[in-house]
Write a protein that binds this ligand. Structure first.
Ligand code: CTP
Length: 404
């Protein structure tokens, strides 16, 4: 699973993961692994019920440290095990969170090690509930969740579906990637809070006949990394995504489009409310003039000529309506003269920031997990960045954008 988490920002962060008794307890391992892959140090506390579903050894073998199971256990913290996470961790995530643990946390009952650790923890608390739909809908659970929310706890809303017992309704553990994303955000600076960021990403597809279109190999990965980075830093994000773009976190408002004209219309709609525009889409600069009448038949045609008409330049178009405080950040995909072309595009398109990459090299441009960028801003700052994950590049680009 590609979570697009920035290891450059998450490396060295510490998460304490509480695991309660639930058929979904095994998913806590995936949550832990994904965070560890981004350099997060994870400690774990399993309730007694959780240990009926999954072994503490599983977490210990996968580098969780410490793994707490009960009060006064020498292997898991000793006398002060209930206080350690409060002194060490940047966030406490309980996933899955059972009705019993939620009730304990709501009333400050410290009769289990996990509840005591939560009571002694004053950092961000996240709860990912998982239980039978009737237990989740019960007024007692609702009230307990309200109390916890009022105190600042974040609830990662359970999903609707078939519970392990067969009942259907709301109460299933939220998708792992949503839980991981929320936990990561809780450990990161919220320096984009209150800002609205528009991101265009992915390719556009320009239809020629009933079965054929003109497009390019963009996957939207770089734009997805930027949308995620902005959301992780607290921004409201509107992502206008071309076809085939991967799933984005639910906190990102996603608007799916197909053609450049659709993308322009959707971006124009968002732009008046945005503080910054990130134009990462690989927009088809030209669209084929439609072949009139259904599907083109090859019989009798030994060659094919297609005429094209220009598409709108979305970045340039929105730039025309930009207020002075709106920041514009675009890309430059080049096959030669990287630096000169990047500087030219920065000026010609009146961007505040341009990230340029050479096409056709490994770890640069379309698809792939990494990018190699030349970055230039409107204040004359320029840097060549080595190949790095698109998530890390996105994080650093937002660092630059936030200074402009
Ligand atoms: N862009 C856009 N709409 C277009 C073309 C480009 O919004 N129709 C944006 C891209 O998202 C990118 C920037 O403009 O942020 C530069 O795109 P790029 O493809 O590198 O260059 P072009 O301006 O299209 O010029 P050329 O293809 O001649 O290099």
């Amino acid at each position: 699973m590609n979570t697009l988490l920035p290891a450059c920002a998450l490396g060295g962060r510490r998460l304490h993961l509480g695991v309660c008794g639930s058929a979904a307890a095994y998913k806590a391992v995936d949550i832990m692994r994904l965070l560890q892959q981004s350099g997060v140090h994870v400690s774990v506390c399993l309730t007694e019920a959780a240990q009926r579903f999954i072994s503490p050894l599983t977490f210990a073998a996968l580098d969780a440290s410490p793994v707490y199971t009960r009060f006064f256990d020498e292997r898991g913290g000793g006398v002060f095990a209930h206080l350690e996470p409060g002194g060490n961790a940047h966030a406490l995530l309980v996933a899955p969170a059972s009705a019993a643990t939620i009730a304990r946390l709501a009333c400050g009952d410290a009769d289990t090690l996990l509840a005591a650790q939560a009571l002694a923890f004053d950092g961000p608390l996240l709860l990912a509930p998982a239980m039978n739909p009737r237990m989740w809908a019960h007024p007692a659970t609702r009230r307990n969740m309200d109390i916890l929310r009022e105190r600042g706890a974040r609830c990662i809303q359970p999903a609707v579906g078939r519970a392990a017992c067969g009942d259907i309704g709301e109460g299933k553990l939220a998708p792992v990637r949503e839980i991981v994303f929320a936990a990561a955000a809780a450990m990161l600076p919220q320096d984009f809070a209150g800002r609205h960021v528009l991101v265009t990403l992915g390719p556009t597809r320009e239809r020629w006949d009933d079965v054929r279109f003109w497009s390019n190999p963009s996957t939207g990965r770089m734009g997805a990394a930027l949308a995620c980075a902005a959301a992780l830093r607290g921004a409201t994000v509107s992502a206008v995504a071309g076809p085939g773009v991967q799933e984005l976190p639910s906190s990102v408002r996603r608007i799916d489009v197909v053609t450049a004209e659709d993308m322009l219309a959707a971006a124009l709609d968002v732009w008046p409310r945005a503080d910054a525009g990130i134009f990462a889409a690989a927009v088809a600069d030209f669209a084929p003039l439609p072949f009139g009448g259904g599907k083109f038949k090859k019989a009798g045609a030994d060659s094919l000529r297609i005429d094209f008409s220009p598409n709108p330049d979305i970045l340039a178009e929105l730039g025309r309506y930009a207020r002075p405080e709106q920041k514009i950040f675009g890309f430059a995909a080049e096959s030669a003269n990287l630096e000169a072309n990047a500087r030219n595009k920065l000026q010609a398109k009146k961007m505040h920031l341009t990230a340029a990459n050479l096409l056709g090299l490994p770890d640069s441009g379309f698809a792939g997990d990494k990018n190699t960028l030349f970055v230039v801003d409107c204040r004359g700052r320029e840097e060549h960045w080595p190949a790095m994950s698109k998530a890390d590049a996105a994080w650093r680009l937002l660092d630059w954008l936030s200074t402009l």
